[in-house]
Design a binder for this molecule. Structure first.
Ligand code: GAL
Length: 715
C-alpha cells in the first residue's frame, strides 16, 4: 500500500490518494468461536478481499476493567487474517462504552429532551460533549494506538461508529455546562449573545452565561431560532472535538495510518469543518433499501445515488465502509432484500459515484444481539451462497481495473449547492411547513438522475469552474464572499439559479433589514423581493396541514379544497403551471429579463422568474419552490441552454449513468437497476472494462442488474 501523504484540501473533485482499492467487510471475530477464523480468512482471500474493519463495539474486550487492557483476542484475529493478506482497519470503540464505565461515571450518559437519562444496553448512550467521556475516549484511543502502532497488518482507523446516528442531542447538566462554555467562547459578552438570540423578544434576555438553558423542545412555547441554531452548532463542534482528540492521538502514534469516519444519519456534523479536515477521506455507510423506506423519495436506486452524490460534496471521493449486502433488520423493522445480481450492482453504483473502496456489511450475521437478522456475505450456517459469489465477482473485477478507477473524480455538469451546515440548520430551526433545501433539491437531482445528466452537490466555496450550472436551493444564510464566487462562475459562462428566500436571514438567524435577497445578491441577480407568501403543496392537503397539527379528516378536506381554490399559476413561455410552497413578487433592476410571471389572482403579471446576464453567463432568480413541472418547463431548458448534454441520450428508465474522469481517462458507468433486460441504442465507442453484455454497433442489451464500464476513447 502506498505511503500515506497529507490529503489535499477538501473538494468534491478530490480523489483518495491511494493505490489500493479497499475491498472487504466489517468483521466481528468476537462473535464466533476461534475455530472459524482460519476458514474465514481463507474465504476472504479467495474472494479477493484485502481489508476488514474491526473493533468498533469491543471496548469491553479491549479494556475489561478500567485501566486493564487486553488485546489478545484481536491480536490473534488480525494475525490470522494478515497471513492471508487481509489487512485490518481498526476502530476506536467509543460508540459502546462498557458497563463498568457507565456504572462508575453515570454522568456520561445522554439525557433526552424529556429529561430521561439513557440506560445502558444498546449503543451511543454516552454523550460526546461530556468532558468525562472525552477523557475516557482519549484513554482507550491512546492505549489502542500504542498497542497497534507497529503492527504491519493494521493499516488505518475508523473513528467511533456513525457518530450521532442513534442520538446526537443531550440535555444533561454536563451538556448544559459545555454549551455555556461554547457560547462564552463564541460571543465573549452576554450582550452579544442577547443580541444574537433576540433577548428582547419574549423577555429571553440572560444576565450571564451561567443562566443559559438548553433548548428543550416546546418549553412550553417556541424558542428563538438563534438559540436553537447555536445548540446545533455547539453539538457539531462538540462532535468534531470528540473526534479530533482521537485523530490527534492516532496521528501522533503512526502518521502512516489513514483515518476516516463512517458517516450515517449525518445529524449535527459539519462536514466541511474540522470534522472533515481532520480526516484523510470520508466513509459513508450505504443501505439503499433502508433509506428508501425511511425517506420514500423515489426508489432505492435513486436514493442511493442521491446519498452518494450528497456525500461526495462534503470532501470528495470516499469509501463505503458498510455496503448493504442482504436482508437487514433491527427488532422493529426489516429491509427489502437485494435480488441476485443486485448487491453487485449497488456496489457498482457506489463506485460510479465516487467510492474508492467498498466493504460489504458484514462478513457474517450475528447470532445474538439487536441485529440477528442483519445478513452478511456468508450466512448464519457459515455457508457462502450468492452474496459471497457476487462479492467475489465484484472484487475480482475491481482488482483488475483499480488502477484506472483510482485517481478519477466524478464528472458534474450540474451542481446543487450542498453540505452547508448553517443553511441546513437555519431551515430546521424554523421550517414553517416548507420543504428543506434538501427536499427541494431532490426534485432537481431526480430529474438529472433520470435524464442521465452528470449532477451532484457542491459547496460554493469549492472549485465551481468544472460546472455549467449551479442551483442554490433556498439558502437562507448567504455570505457575501459567495456572491463574488458565483459572479466569477457566471462571468466565465456558468448559469447560476438562485431560489426563493435565498439570503433572507443573517448568521444570527435574524431576518435581514434590507430587501431580500440582500444587497450583494440583489445587485448581482438584478431583483429585490417585494412580497412573499405561502402556497399549498401541489398534492398536499391544505395550508395548515403542518405535520397534522391542526384538524382531523374533515378539516383537512376543507383545507384541501381551499388551497386548491387558491392555486397560484406561473406562466413560463407557453406553459402555465401551478406553483407550490411559496410565491415571491419580484421588482426588477434595469437590464433584468423576465423568464416567468404569475398569471392569476392578485399577483397576475408580476415577475416570478428572472434572468440577468453576467459576463458570458447569467444569474437566474426563481421566486418560488421547485416542483416536477417547474423543473420540466424551466430548469430543464436552462440546463440545456447552458450546453449540458446527457451522458447518454434517451436513457431508458431504470438505467443509471455516470462518468469518472481524470486527464484523458474517462470511464462511463452504465448500470441497470431493474430486474429485466434493457436496451440502449447509442453507447459511445471504447474499451469494455466490465462487460455484462457486449456493445454491438453502438447498441447494448444490459441484462437484469447488469453493469458495464466503458473506457471511452480519448477525444
Ligand atoms: C449501521 C451501523 C452498523 C449496523 C448497520 C446495520 O448504521 O454502523 O453498526 O448497525 O447499520 O444496522
Amino acid at each position: 500500500m502506498k505511503t500515506r501523504t497529507s490529503p489535499a484540501a477538501i473538494s468534491v473533485w478530490r480523489p483518495i490518494d491511494t493505490d489500493t482499492f479497499l475491498l472487504g467487510a466489517p468483521h466481528y471475530p468476537e462473535h464466533v468461536d476461534e475455530s472459524y477464523w482460519a476458514r474465514d480468512a481463507e474465504r476472504m482471500a479467495a474472494a479477493g478481499f484485502n481489508t476488514v474493519r474491526m473493533g468498533e463495539f469491543a471496548w469491553h474486550i479491549f479494556e475489561p476493567r478500567q485501566g486493564q487492557f487486553d488485546f489478545e483476542l484481536f491480536d490473534r484475529a488480525i494475525a490470522v487474517l494478515g497471513r492471508r493478506g487481509v489487512k485490518t482497519i481498526m476502530c476506536t470503540p467509543t460508540a459502546t462504552p462498557p458497563r463498568w464505565l457507565t456504572a462508575h461515571y453515570p454522568e456520561v450518559l445522554r439525557v433526552d429532551g424529556n429529561g430521561r437519562q439513557a440506560s445502558h444496553g444498546s449503543r451511543q448512550h454516552a454523550d460526546t460533549s461530556s468532558p468525562v467521556f472525552r477523557a475516557h475516549s482519549r484513554r482507550i484511543t491512546g492505549a489502542m494506538a500504542k498497542h497497534y502502532r507497529h503492527n504491519p497488518n493494521v493499516v488505518g482507523w475508523q473513528t467511533d461508529n456513525e457518530l450521532n446516528t442513534t442520538a446526537s442531542e443531550s440535555y444533561s447538566p454536563a451538556t448544559r455546562r459545555e454549551f455555556q462554555i461554547y457560547l462564552q467562547d463564541r460571543y465573549n459578552t452576554i450582550d452579544a449573545l442577547n443580541f444574537a438570540w433576540g433577548g428582547d423578544f419574549w423577555a429571553t434576555r440572560y444576565d450571564n452565561f451561567d443562566q443559559i438553558v438548553l433548548p428543550f423542545d416546546h418549553a412550553p412555547g417556541f424558542l428563538s431560532p438563534g438559540h436553537v441554531q447555536d445548540y446545533h452548532r455547539f453539538l457539531a463542534v462538540a462532535t468534531a472535538c470528540f473526534q479530533h482528540d482521537q485523530v490527534e492521538i492516532l496521528r501522533a502514534s503512526n502518521p502512516a495510518w489513514f483515518i476516516f469516519h463512517n458517516l450515517g444519519r449525518l445529524h449535527d456534523i459539519d462536514f466541511r469543518g474540522q470534522f472533515s479536515t481532520d480526516l484523510d477521506f470520508a466513509g459513508y455507510d450505504i443501505y439503499p433499501m433502508l433509506y428508501d423506506e425511511m425517506q420514500r423519495v423515489g426508489g432505492h436506486a435513486e436514493i442511493q445515488a442521491l446519498h452518494l452524490d450528497i456525500c461526495r460534496g462534503f470532501s470528495g471521493n470516499f469509501i463505503v465502509p458498510e455496503q448493504q449486502s442482504g436482508f437487514g433488520a433491527q427488532p422493529t423493522f426489516s429491509t427489502m432484500t437485494p435480488e441476485p445480481g443486485e448487491m453487485r450492482r449497488m456496489a457498482y453504483t457506489s463506485v460510479a459515484r465516487g467510492a474508492d473502496g467498498v466493504l460489504f456489511f458484514r462478513w457474517r450475521p450475528a447470532h445474538f444481539g439487536a441485529e440477528i437478522y442483519w445478513m452478511g456475505i456468508v450466512d448464519h450456517d457459515d455457508i457462502p451462497r450468492r452474496r459471497y459469489d457476487e462479492a467475489k465477482q465484484f472484487s475480482g473485477e475491481i482488482n483488475a481495473i483499480k488502477d484506472k478507477i483510482l485517481g478519477t473524480h466524478v464528472r458534474m455538469d450540474v451542481g446543487i449547492a450542498g453540505s452547508d451546515f448553517d443553511n441546513q440548520e437555519a431551515h430546521r430551526t424554523y421550517p414553517i411547513g416548507l420543504p428543506s433545501p434538501h427536499d427541494d433539491a431532490i426534485i432537481l437531482h431526480r430529474h438529472c438522475y433520470r435524464a442521465g445528466i452528470a449532477c451532484g452537490y457542491i459547496h460554493p466555496e469549492d472549485d465551481l469552474s468544472p460546472l455549467k450550472v449551479l442551483y442554490v436551493p433556498h439558502w437562507l444564510m448567504w455570505k457575501d464572499d459567495w456572491t463574488a464566487r458565483i459572479e466569477k462562475f457566471a462571468s466565465n459562462g456558468g448559469t447560476v439559479i438562485l431560489s426563493a428566500r435565498t439570503g433572507s436571514r443573517d448568521e444570527n438567524n435574524h431576518i435581514i433589514r434590507d430587501p431580500a435577497p440582500g444587497p450583494s445578491l440583489s445587485a448581482l441577480a438584478g431583483i429585490t423581493v417585494e412580497e412573499f407568501g405561502r402556497l399549498a403543496p401541489i398534492d398536499g392537503d391544505g395550508l395548515f396541514a403542518l405535520a397534522g397539527r391542526y384538524g382531523g379528516g374533515a378539516a383537512r378536506k376543507m383545507f384541501a379544497a381551499e388551497s386548491a381554490r387558491r392555486r397560484y399559476l406561473l406562466k413560463i413561455g407557453n406553459h402555465e403551471i401551478a406553483a407550490a410552497h411559496m410565491y415571491e413578487l419580484l421588482d426588477l433592476a434595469a437590464g433584468t429579463e423576465i423568464l416567468g410571471a404569475w398569471s392569476n389572482r392578485f399577483a397576475a403579471g408580476r415577475a416570478a422568474v428572472t434572468s440577468r446576464r453576467v459576463g458570458k453567463g447569467s444569474i437566474v432568480y426563481v421566486g418560488t419552490y421547485l416542483t416536477e413541472n417547474l423543473v420540466g418547463v424551466l430548469i430543464a431548458d436552462l440546463i440545456a441552454q447552458a450546453g449540458v448534454e446527457p451522458l447518454l441520450p434517451n436513457l431508458p428508465e431504470g438505467v443509471e449513468v455516470t462518468l469518472r474522469q481524470s486527464g484523458d481517462t474517462r470511464l462511463l458507468f452504465i448500470l441497470n437497476t431493474k430486474d429485466e433486460p434493457v436496451r440502449l441504442e447509442r453507447v459511445p465507442a471504447g474499451a469494455l472494462l466490465v462487460a455484462d453484455a457486449p456493445v454491438d454497433d453502438g447498441a447494448l442489451v444490459l441484462p437484469a442488474y447488469g453493469c458495464v464500464i466503458v473506457e471511452l476513447h480519448s477525444v
